[in-house]
Design a protein around this ligand. Structure first.
Ligand SMILES: [Zn+2]
Ligand SMILES: [Zn+2]
Ligand SMILES: [Zn+2]
Ligand SMILES: [Zn+2]
Ligand SMILES: [Zn+2]
Ligand SMILES: [Zn+2]
Length: 415
């Protein structure tokens, strides 16, 4: 099982269809193991009883059974990662749990996802946090709630103490009672809000019954039209694509948008809007452009990126190739994992040049994202050939970058 540092870097050991049991073979949550907050510190907490991990590795070729002694989570990537450490000191990343085991670890999974989302979206309101968690955990019979987080108050507290970015999260501070004056966010009942109509004004998605959703940077929906890439009065799809559209020809007049072709009256009469792609579960691969089925029962062809704010779909082979441009073996391995149902974060969540993530709070670390292919750059890494509007009077220079269309981001057409 020992791997060299390099190999471990390329394809971390991943276990899927897993579950944990105690000495009596009863299901048990890995969150009861001591946690490792960082490499240099050792583990936090006493190891009590023995715990064992069962699961599949190598895409089902190998069934494993290992005693485990610690766990850790990592929030730095585009999707949260959880790993457990075996008794012989090998870290194994947790993929998808066995379906029947999901309930046993729901609290800790929801808590880690909540930390990940609030870390990236410090301004996020309670409404956005719950909306995100409900989407991420749509497969649970009972949706996520405060009770799940309440099971891990110590973990939340320690995480906020240790991470500056988490300490800025309005939601967490309020949840942990550090800002009692803002405690009202929990009164908003959003778990059942999926039937409300989302209409956009000024490029900001607001639901009809939301009184305060002006927070910037935590939108779950696209702020520009999927047809013409212009903003304005747009309608959000409530399916999985997260796209928005000019609903009427009038709304898209400025950019000569073909629009969805609805009349004002039709838009007003609509309870919710779901685009044709989401309705028929046929989505376009953002890498190769081909249409594929995203319906599980029909044998998925394209899979959605697992990042909370990303609505792009990909063929497993297309996205695996992009994520491992120089390593065919790693790409092949990842393709199999994705095809088997493991989640992935697509390439737009890392800068194409420096491979680092986005930080919306620091101007030069904000992203410029291409609307035509999965490529992003930091402002500081943006090639000079991708020119902003009005950068130069020279008419030979084609504008390829626009401010003010995406919140805290630059919209580009890359080269
Ligand atoms: Zn449009
Ligand atoms: Zn859609
Ligand atoms: Zn493709
Ligand atoms: Zn993505
Ligand atoms: Zn960069
Ligand atoms: Zn591009």
């Amino acid at each position: 099982m020992a791997l060299s540092e390099d190999e471990a870097d390329a394809v971390p050991l991943l276990v899927s269809n897993y579950h944990f049991v105690d000495e009596k073979n009863e299901p048990i949550s890995f969150a009861l193991l001591p946690i490792q907050w960082n490499k240099d510190e050792g583990v936090d907490g006493e190891k009590k009883d023995e715990m064992f991990l069962y699961g599949n590795m190598d895409n089902g070729l190998q069934r494993i059974y290992k005693e485990v002694v610690a766990w850790k989570f990592d929030l730095l990537d585009a999707i949260p990662e959880i790993s457990v450490c075996t008794k012989d000191n090998v870290w194994i990343k947790l993929g998808k749990p066995r379906k029947s085991f999901e309930e046993t670890i729901r609290e800790v999974l929801i808590t880690v996802h909540c930390l990940h989302f609030t870390r990236m979206n410090a301004e996020a309101s309670g409404k956005s946090v719950w909306e995100y968690l409900s989407k991420a955990f749509g497969s649970l019979d009972v949706g996520p709630s405060r009770n799940d987080l309440a099971e891990h108050m110590d973990l939340l507290q320690e995480a906020v103490k240790r991470d500056e970015s988490l300490a800025k999260s309005k939601f967490l501070l309020s949840f942990l009672g550090k800002q009692p004056q803002e405690g009202t966010v929990f009164d908003e009942d959003v778990q059942n809000s999926t039937t409300s109509k989302f209409i956009v004004d000024d490029g900001d998605c607001i639901s009809e019954n939301a009184d305060d959703d002006s927070d910037e940077g935590d939108e779950l929906f696209d702020t520009v039209c999927a047809f013409c890439d212009n903003g304005g009065d747009i309608l959000c799809c409530e399916g999985r694509c997260m796209r928005s559209f000019h609903a009427t020809v009038e709304a898209g007049e400025e950019s000569f948008c073909e629009s969805l072709g609805f009349t004002d009256k039709e838009v007003k009469a609509m309870q919710i809007f779901v685009c044709k792609n989401c309705k028929y579960e046929m989505h376009q691969c953002f890498a190769c452009g081909k249409l594929g089925s995203s319906l599980k029962s029909a044998g998925v062809e394209v899979v959605r990126c697992a990042n909370a704010t990303c609505g792009y779909f990909y063929h497993p082979h297309c996205v695996a190739k992009l994520l491992h441009l120089e390593d065919e073996n790693a790409a092949e391995e990842l393709q199999k994992q994705i095809a088997a149902g493991e989640s992935f974060a697509c390439p737009i969540h890392k800068c194409y040049v420096c491979k680092q993530g986005e930080n919306k709070k620091i101007l030069e670390l904000q992203f410029a994202v291409c609307r035509r292919c999965p490529t992003s750059y930091h402002r500081k890494c943006l090639p000079r050939e991708i020119a902003f509007e009005d950068d130069d009077e020279d008419e030979n220079i084609i504008t390829r970058a626009w401010e003010d269309l995406l919140p805290n981001r630059v919209l580009i057409y890359c080269l």
